[in-house]
Design a binder for this molecule. Structure first.
Ligand SMILES: Nc1nc2c(ncn2[C@@H]2O[C@H](COP(=O)(O)OP(=O)(O)OP(=O)(O)O)[C@@H](O)[C@H]2O)c(=O)[nH]1
Ligand SMILES: [Mg+2]
Length: 249
């Protein structure tokens, strides 16, 4: 059987991060490592702060490479935490200056990863706190919902803007996406500068892994044996939309 925890039906759940190692940079889904560990991926517009947030959660500056130049992360970069789960830094969308050929290639790789990676537990969809809703972010969230990709929204760079403006931008974004969900996606605030949001987001990962462990235990105890758990099943029940939306980028 393939899938999360398939070897021994036990995940290592520990939010006290003691090790964070770079695994590989994959150009496409087929090049990604085996699917035995739960993965948590960061996606959002170029320069929104994906690599910085990954480093902040892992507690290791320089683990993922950060740059003020938009479009910097160009491959699917995979890191293993505590030898038990993975953080995945994805290339951003919405940056026109990346060479056209590469842009198409990497965007296809990202959408295939998001749609078909069976051990992808949760996506952190990053939105910049300082901006009113941007069409590309709204469309991207619609695409995530249409594909039943489990995600939470994370509003980044809160240190750069007043609480009032950040609140207004978040509320406007939530209002724009509300029609597509029976239950609104969870929303978090973060700053890689101040560390805001670290405990909350690690808590989300902890919760997701605990839920998977419970499903693994249940599968192991069922007489016929159940299929490997799929985080996408419950997500499908929460959407209110057509499932055939094209990629927005
Ligand atoms: N003030 C502030 N700056 C941030 C924060 N997070 C990231 N940055 C800065 O924003 C720029 C982009 O950060 P990255 O983490 O490289 O962004 P990214 O989303 O990975 O970008 P791409 O890989 O190009 O898609 C860098 O100059 C960071 O230092 C934050 O929370 N606060
Ligand atoms: Mg990056």
């Amino acid at each position: 059987m393939e899938g999360i925890g398939c070897d021994n039906h036990a995940l290592v759940i520990d939010m006290n991060i003691v090790s964070a190692t770079f695994d590989c940079s994959a150009p496409d889904l087929d090049s990604c490592p085996d699917e035995s560990l739960p993965e948590f991926a960061f996606i959002g517009r170029s320069n929104v702060g994906k690599s910085s947030l990954l480093n902040m959660l892992a507690g290791e500056e320089g683990l993922a490479r950060v740059s003020p130049t938009p479009g910097f992360t160009k491959l699917i970069n995979i890191f293993t935490i505590n030898k038990g789960w993975r953080l995945v830094d994805l290339p951003g969308y919405g940056f026109a200056q990346v060479a056209r050929k590469d842009s198409a290639r990497f965007n296809t790789a990202v959408s295939e990863y998001l749609e078909h990676r069976t051990n992808l537990c949760l996506v952190f969809a990053l939105i910049e706190s300082g901006l009113p809703p941007q069409a590309i972010d709204v469309e991207f969230v619609e695409w995530l919902a249409s594909k039943a990709v489990p995600f939470v929204l994370v509003f980044t760079k809160t240190d750069k803007i007043s609480d009032d403006l950040a609140h207004a931008n978040r509320a406007a974004f939530q209002e724009r996406i509300a029609p597509w969900f029976l239950k609104a996606p969870a929303v978090f605030k973060c700053s890689a500068e101040t560390g805001q949001g670290r405990q909350e987001l690690l808590g989300v990962i902890d919760e997701a892994m605990t839920a998977i462990q419970a499903e693994l235990d249940q599968a192991a105890n069922s007489p016929e044996g159940s299929p490997a758990p799929s985080p996408k099943i419950s997500v499908r029940a929460n959407r209110k939309m057509r499932p055939d939306l094209h990629r927005p980028w």
